[in-house]
Design a protein around this ligand. Structure first.
Ligand code: 5AD
Length: 356
């Protein structure tokens, strides 16, 4: 207890801990320490970004996936999901609707859909870039070659999200089928950063077989990689996966990980994830109070939302939906946050010239 407190104070003062210290903190958290941890993380977010919450419109543009990750509901092996692939035209139209709602930041996410090859994806990005020159474009479409990523960047994309999932190669092997490696994930993240993307990594909390050591390692990994964004959310089982009967991660632990990440990476953009909002009604608020500062309302076409089911009961209507943003805004304001419809770049970001 004493030791846990001491380690937390060190983290607050130095924004850094070593592996053993992180492990002490993670395993020693009780309500008292947790309160101090969350308050310090929220306060640090306030100091760097203020009480602003950056809004991003999320468009899940294809649920085809060549991968078979054991945790994920849109894995290749799930032959019950109805597969869909939006056209460029439909994607642009959703961006247009989002733009009218006020969004200036779009996240285009998909499974690893091979139909979207370099040429097609770059053409899509170029079209979004030309039509919405004042908006940030974030992509999240999985592991690609360096050349592919470069094409996306040259076409005008700004950011790329690719969670590392777990920084322990053995644990990685328990969550993914043979052929997928942590090594290639990290290679992708390095390539993306080298190219100039604002990069997002992240992990699930409470994923099957995860230990406290795994979490400490995830946090060390983030501290070393220094990504611009970190997505953290609880694992939630999906019935049509090999992990369908496993138990979900907890809201408390997820919010703790958000808070520790804020303290380790003061300038990071941290979303209050959909998985947290799915797990519990107050999940998103808990993440914000633990230092998160991004919300990503769902801007996908209504008819596709239920098919982008990474886990059971994934929320996509109600306050999670872009069209209900006014209700969400009210809720954010009620707890002292200011929703912001801007690009919402990382503080280190220097405006680039788009060469198109
Ligand atoms: N529970 C929680 N998060 C999940 N993801 C995929 N499947 C699940 C699940 N069952 C997360 C992964 C992935 C991101 C897009 O969604 O971390 O990187």
């Amino acid at each position: 207890m004493e030791e846990t407190r001491a380690v937390l104070e060190k983290l607050i003062k130095e924004n850094s801990l070593d592996f053993e210290e992180l492990l002490t903190l993670i395993t020693g958290l009780d309500d008292g320490v947790r309160f101090r941890l969350r308050a310090a993380a929220g306060g640090l977010r306030d100091k760097i970004y203020g009480r602003r919450v950056f809004m991003r419109g999320l468009i899940e543009f294809s649920n085809y996936c060549r991968n078979d990750c054991f945790y994920c509901g849109i894995r290749r092996g799930n032959d019950v999901v109805r597969r869909y692939r939006m056209t460029s035209r439909e994607i642009l139209e959703r961006c247009g609707t989002g733009y009218e709602m006020g969004f200036r930041s779009f996240v285009l996410q998909s499974g690893e859909d091979l139909w979207w090859n370099e040429e097609r994806a770059a053409a899509l990005v170029r079209a979004v870039r030309v039509r919405f020159p004042d908006c940030a474009i974030t992509l999240s479409m999985g592991e690609k070659s360096r050349a592919y990523y470069q094409k996306l960047y040259d076409a005008g994309a700004d950011r790329y999200l690719l969670r590392h999932e777990t920084a322990d190669p053995r644990h990685y092997g328990m969550l993914h089928p043979e052929g997928m490696t942590l090594e290639n994930r990290v290679r992708c993240l390095m390539d993306l950063r080298d190219i100039g993307f604002q990069v997002g990594a992240g992990f699930m909390v409470g994923s099957p077989f995860q230990t406290a050591e795994n979490l400490a390692r995830d946090l060390m990994f983030l501290k070393n990689l220094r990504p611009h964004m970190v997505g953290i959310g609880p694992f939630i089982p999906h019935s049509r996966t090999p992990f369908g009967k496993m138990s979900a991660g907890s809201l408390e632990k997820s919010a703790d990980m958000v808070a520790i990440t804020r303290l380790l990476l003061p300038e990071a953009l941290l979303p209050a994830t959909t998985a947290l909002g799915t797990l519990e009604a107050r999940g998103r608020e808990a993440a914000l109070d633990a230092g998160a500062n991004v919300v990503m309302p769902n801007l996908s076409p209504q008819e596709n939302r239920k098919d982008y089911s990474l886990y059971d009961n994934k929320i996509s209507t109600g306050e999670e939906a872009a069209e209900s943003r006014e209700r969400l805004e009210k809720r954010l304001k009620a707890i002292g946050y200011q929703p912001e419809y801007v690009r919402g770049d990382h503080v280190s970001y220097k405006q680039r010239a788009y060469s198109i």
